[in-house]
Design a protein around this ligand. Structure first.
Ligand code: C5P
Length: 376
């Protein structure tokens, strides 16, 4: 069976009697490994208590677009970005109509507009309403936009009618959500990623470092987690949020990073060396702040250990992928690095181009192995 391990599910609960089943949906999603957050609409609140959803989801329940405190803790945009998938269950006739028209007059409809995650709808309403032309047309439009429908069941309804419109069973909803994530290519695998820059102390105040943001490493961590890997991050200096689903070890210097990697490398299947490790460190770290009495100061630098190359030398080593940030003779330099470090692949970055270089959100790389070069 597919799972939701490491997946972040946002459950939208709208106004239908079946909202009373939503705590059970949260449970079934959690059973499959998901972390669940809940948005409940004003209509939904008439049928299920926020407290139940909060207790079961173990997270604050969101409901008000204008709640200052909630927005400070996690804004509607952050919530939209946080989600790997949004499931609206139950999806009422009103919520379906709002989504169809792109309205943004409450938290749930606004988050749906702001998310690029897959959206699933589990409609629940009276059979006559579900059979209405308006609902059918609205669903047709939403399906065309890529929204996934979790078909309602047929049977006796809360109002006494018999027909199609019953909310799908909570377990079925969770299973259909899990089925959407087909990528389990790293399931059961362990991945270690180094990222960020290292900091090499000169004295208690000053240091040598670099501009690494950690964005590339964190994006890779996200993908590994999505693919089902148990992911460990060894993080230097970064300027981005940390992926909360990974095991995280913070380090300062290249020497710290070397030790942290070596302590954990034996059990890993894949090592991605994304960190911008300082090649050199001051030979002596002054115990006291260096005074500016002289017109010049000489700091002797000594070489740091090459972490990637050291891992590649181990008898029992994982698959190793390194990075090459180059400004000229790109392919030749990257190929030379592949050979000298003896890793399985090098990801080449052209850092002379500011739009795809250091600190940028966009990237273009060459994935280089002994056998081939793939441009991505
Ligand atoms: O040798 P160079 O620094 O150009 O190689 C870059 C690759 O080697 C990156 O994958 C980087 O994380 C890794 N590296 C390392 N330890 C060092 C220097 C670089 O692991 N001391």
């Amino acid at each position: 069976m597919n799972t939701l391990t490491n997946k972040r599910v946002l459950l939208g609960v709208s106004g239908s009697i079946a909202a009373y089943k939503s705590p059970d949906i949260v449970r079934r999603l959690q059973d499959l490994g998901a972390e669940v957050r809940v948005i409940v609409t004003d209509g939904g609140k008439k049928f299920v208590s926020e407290r139940s959803l909060q207790t079961i989801s173990k997270n604050k329940v969101y409901s008000n677009l204008w709640d200052k405190e909630a927005e400070l803790a996690m804004s509607h945009i952050e919530l939209a970005k946080w989600s790997d998938i949004v499931i609206i269950a139950p999806a009422s006739a009103n919520t379906i109509a709002k989504l169809c028209h792109g309205r943004a007059d409450d938290l749930l409809s606004t988050v749906i507009l702001a998310t690029d995650a897959k959206v699933m709808l589990a409609p629940s309403m009276n059979q006559q309403m579900f059979a209405s032309k308006a609902i059918k047309d609205n669903l047709k439009i939403l399906l065309k936009r890529g929204i996934v429908l979790i078909e309602p069941g047929f049977g006796e309804q809360a109002c006494g009618d018999i027909g199609e419109g019953r909310l799908a069973e909570p377990l079925e909803i969770a299973k259909q959500a899990a089925d959407l994530f087909t990528s389990s290519s790293l399931s059961g695998k362990k991945v270690l990623i180094t990222l960020g820059g290292t900091i090499e102390a000169i004295d208690p105040v000053r240091y040598i470092s670099n501009h690494s943001s950690g964005k590339m490493g964190m994006a890779l961590a996200h993908e590994c987690i999505q693919a089902g890997a148990k992911t460990t991050l060894i993080i230097g200096s970064i300027s981005i949020d940390i992926e909360t689903r990974a095991e995280v070890i913070r380090i300062v210097s290249a020497e710290d990073m070397y030790k942290a990697v070596m302590q954990r490398i034996e059990s890993q299947d894949l090592f991605i060396s994304c960190a911008a490790v300082a090649d050199f460190r001051p030979k002596n770290i002054s115990n006291n702040k260096i005074k500016k009495n002289n017109n010049s100061v000489t700091i002797e630098l000594i070489k740091n250990k090459d972490i990637l190359a050291s891992v590649c030398q181990l008898n029992k080593k994982p698959i190793c992928i390194g990075f090459a940030a180059e400004t000229e003779n790109l392919i030749d330099n990257a190929r030379a690095k592949l050979a000298s470090k003896q890793c399985e692949a090098i990801i080449l970055n052209d850092v002379s181009q500011s739009e795809i270089g250091l600190n940028s959100d966009e990237n273009e790389v060459h994935f280089i192995t002994k056998e081939e070069i793939v441009k991505k």
